[in-house]
Each structure stands twice: as structure tokens, then as C-alpha cells.
Ligand binder design. Structure first.
Ligand code: TMP
Ligand code: ASP
Length: 247
């Protein structure tokens, strides 16, 4: 590895963040741990860390090439990513194109309904509270972001959605929904942070007819469908195939 680790800064359910000798950079280690339902379900999925690290790196590079600022700096060895150090805004910004997951549990909207325009939901990032969904008024009350920042987070999330949705379509994948985390670097710039991977997105195979076979993301784990690593590998292979085809 080109960078050397200083100390563990933070350990989450799927990643560990380490400081490096450069105070504005961190190293992210992607773990094989898979969790769902706020950590109640847990397993090790061999190879997941490396797949998520590679997929995230390629998607961050793709966003950067389209003018979106992210914390991504470089791929290191297997499972390791070098990133800019950011102060994470404790919000999970979810964009939904198709109704699935919690949206269908909490509203009468049926699964698979194509939403007339993408829905942006803000959640408070706090495991002890179960990452609750926030109303705009509660978001204001918490004072985590200013009104202008909230508008910017939403705009950015929708821009990322447009870019990713079109990109995935080119490789016969459907972006159902996804979660973003954002943070401020030491210059105060707003960056897309964390990861963008099948752990944090719902991605369906447009070539598969069967409603279970089409699932390539962490829903395979949540729903006990098996083939988690195979789903993630398929996504990675399609992304790589896209870039190979353009060489
Ligand atoms: P949801 O339907 O459970 O609200 O999830 C929406 C999207 O957000 C889905 O793509 C999975 C992702 N997500 C995370 O990345 N982390 C989480 O903790 C949760 C609950 C969802
Ligand atoms: N990442 C969350 C957890 O562990 C939830 C999920 O992705 O479903 O618990």
C-alpha cells in the first residue's frame, strides 16, 4: 500500500476508517460483514469488501468525471480506498426511482411502482435511534444543515441519481434506489462520501424476468435469497465491461 495507516478513526458495520500520515486523508477498509435491519441480521460474505471497494471506486471515478466532487482519491490494495478526510453530515440521503423497501412498508405505494419523479428522503444517521426518517421541519429543528445546504444536498442527490441511472441503464441495470452520505472536507467543500455500492443501492438486472433473479444488491442478503457475492460480481463485471468496450 502506498499510504501508511496511523490509527483507527471510526469503525462502522461495513467499513473501518483509518487516519494516515496526511491529516487531510483517510484510508477506508471495506469489510466482508453484511448487516441488515440495523445490525440485527449479520453474516460474513467472502469477497464482499473487495467487490464493494472496487465498485465504489469505479462509481466515484465516474461521478468525478462528470463534475461531481467526491471524497475518493485512489484505489489501494484489495479492500482499501484512499479518500479525503471529511466531516460527515449525519444524514442519509435516499433517492428512490421505484417503490421498494421501507417506502412500501410505510405507505400504501405498491412495490415496483415507477415513481413519477425521484423521491428524496432524509434520515437522521443514528443507529441508536434506528436512523429515523426526518420531516423537513424536524431537519430544520435539528439544525444539522442550513436551509441552503438542505436544498444543495437534495439537488446534488438528484444530479447523482440522474448520472447513475443513465450509466446503469447502459449496462442493462436498473437503479431502483440508493443512499448517499455527504461531508465537508477541510476546505469546507461538500463532497459525496462513504460508499456507493450494492450495499447502499438497490440495483436490478434488466435482462432477468424473475423478480428474485433480477435482484443484484444487498436485498439478496436481506431477503435470504443467497448468491450475494454473485450479484455484486455481476454488477462489477458489467461496469468493467462498459469501460473495456470503450478502450
Ligand atoms: P430503505 O428502503 O430500507 O429505506 O432503503 C433505501 C435505500 O437505502 C436502499 O438502496 C438501501 C439503502 N440503505 C442503506 O444504504 N443503509 C441503510 O441503513 C438503509 C436502511 C438503507
Ligand atoms: N445497513 C443497515 C444495517 O445494518 C440497514 C440495511 O442496509 O438494511 O443494519
Amino acid at each position: 500500500m502506498q499510504q501508511s495507516i496511523s490509527s483507527l478513526l471510526y469503525e462502522g458495520k461495513a467499513k473501518k476508517i483509518f487516519t494516515t500520515q496526511h491529516q487531510d486523508e483517510c484510508l477506508v477498509f471495506f469489510k466482508n460483514d453484511a448487516t441488515a435491519f440495523n445490525g440485527k441480521k449479520h453474516a460474513e460474505v467472502e469477497g464482499k469488501g473487495s467487490l464493494n471497494c472496487e465498485i465504489s471506486s469505479l462509481l466515484f471515478r465516474f461521478l468525478e468525471s462528470n463534475g461531481i466532487q467526491t471524497h475518493f482519491l485512489d484505489n489501494q490494495e484489495n479492500c482499501w480506498m484512499l479518500v479525503q478526510k471529511v466531516e460527515i453530515i449525519p444524514l442519509e440521503v435516499v433517492v428512490r426511482n421505484i417503490a421498494s423497501g421501507s417506502l412500501c412498508k410505510q405507505t400504501p405505494i405498491p412495490p415496483d411502482k415507477v415513481l413519477s419523479c425521484p423521491l428524496v428522503d432524509f434520515y437522521f444517521k443514528d443507529d441508536s435511534l434506528g436512523d429515523p426518517l426526518l420531516t423537513e421541519a424536524r431537519l430544520d429543528l435539528l439544525g444539522l444543515v442550513s436551509n441552503d445546504q438542505r436544498i444543495e444536498l437534495k439537488r446534488l442527490a438528484l444530479e447523482v441519481n440522474g448520472l447513475l441511472k443513465d450509466f446503469f441503464k447502459k449496462i442493462d441495470l436498473l437503479l431502483v434506489d440508493f443512499k448517499l452520505e455527504m461531508g465537508l472536507n477541510q476546505k469546507g467543500q461538500l463532497l459525496i462520501a462513504d460508499e456507493i455500492s450494492p450495499d447502499t443501492c438497490r440495483i436490478w438486472d434488466l435482462n432477468a424476468k424473475d423478480p428474485q433473479d433480477r435482484i443484484l444488491d444487498k436485498d439478496r442478503f436481506r431477503k435470504e435469497l443467497g448468491g450475494v457475492r454473485e450479484g455484486y460480481s455481476e454488477i462489477l463485471n458489467r461496469i468493467k465491461g462498459f469501460y473495456k468496450g470503450r478502450e
